[in-house]
Design a protein around this ligand. Structure first.
Ligand code: FES
Length: 106
């Protein structure tokens, strides 16, 4: 695992997600209370960015067809999406936010 710096706690707010372009993926970080959750920023149904969605009860709603995704697990909670989206742990050190990214398997 490696820690990738993605910004500070001042770059994000409960209704202002933080979008981060990684080398291989775009992810979105949502703040819920004092917690931070990171998902890949693409719905598993038809690739709509989830960063445009509404967050409620630790879930985000895809704005295109209304599937909800659990922010903790990435699990799709209702149709039409059936596949989970990837999640990454967010680590807070002081005011700095990091993503815990698995090392590539090659
Ligand atoms: S694109 Fe997200 S539910 Fe269809």
């Amino acid at each position: 695992m490696s820690l990738t710096p993605i910004g500070t706690i001042h770059d994000i707010a409960p209704h202002q997600p933080l979008i981060v372009d990684l080398d291989y993926d775009t992810v979105v970080i949502f703040q819920v209370g004092e917690e931070y959750f990171c998902l890949e920023d693409v719905c598993s149904h038809q690739e709509q960015p989830l960063s445009d969605g509404v967050v409620e009860d630790c879930r985000v709603e895809c704005p295109l067809h209304g599937s909800w995704f659990d922010l903790r697990t990435g699990k799709a909670l209702n149709l039409p999406a059936v596949t989970a989206v990837k999640t990454f742990p967010v680590v807070v050190q002081g005011e700095q936010l990091f993503l815990e990214i698995p090392e590539p398997n090659w």
